[in-house]
Write a protein that binds this ligand. Structure first.
Ligand SMILES: Nc1ncnc2c1ncn2[C@@H]1O[C@H](COP(=O)(O)OP(=O)(O)O)[C@@H](O)[C@H]1O
Ligand SMILES: [Mg+2]
Length: 140
């Protein structure tokens, strides 16, 4: 499968990306809760592209681990100002935009793998993966 590339330049692009992620999550057989986690992660990371980087792109793709387990990877790339202190940006409540500061730490918690690389003046990449879980989570 080819990676899905979504240009994020306007608010509506966020919802298109969420929709594309939802389609792939359905095709991969994620449970309802993981489905929601993936959608929120796409929403938060793409919103960060608009708010903090002046736009960018999101890549959504199916991945497989060494044992053949399927997963969904999301990655944002931008050429915004970069993040000078990544550890600080990952703290709950830290925001340079006076918003909730929950997007990055929340995405890190909701996904199974999470990494940020950023260079000031060059841009930022965020990559997160969710593996299809065989474990059943019972909603409370
Ligand atoms: N793509 C990005 N480019 C530059 N800075 C970013 C980017 N994404 C996040 N940041 C920085 O990390 C901080 C925390 O992000 P986040 O947890 O999503 O909270 P919020 O978006 O509410 O500020 C942001 O306030 C911003 O300073
Ligand atoms: Mg945010």
């Amino acid at each position: 499968m080819q990676p899905i590339v979504c240009l994020i330049q306007r608010e509506v692009d966020i919802y298109v990306a969420v929709g594309r992620g939802r389609e792939l999550a359905t095709a991969l057989g994620f449970n309802t809760i993981d489905h929601t986690r993936i959608e929120i992660a796409i929403l938060e990371l793409t919103r960060n592209l608009l708010v903090h980087a002046g736009g960018g792109e999101m890549i959504i793709e199916r991945v497989t681990d060494s044992k053949g387990l399927a997963g969904l990877a999301i990655e944002t790339r931008d050429q915004g100002p970069g993040i000078p202190d990544i550890a600080l940006a990952l703290q709950d409540g830290y925001s340079t935009a006076r918003t909730l500061g929950a997007g990055l730490p929340g995405t890190k918690r909701m996904m199974d793998e999470f990494e940020i690389t950023s260079e000031v003046g060059v841009g930022t990449q965020v990559r997160a993966v969710k593996w299809v879980s065989k474990r059943r989570e019972v909603p409370r």
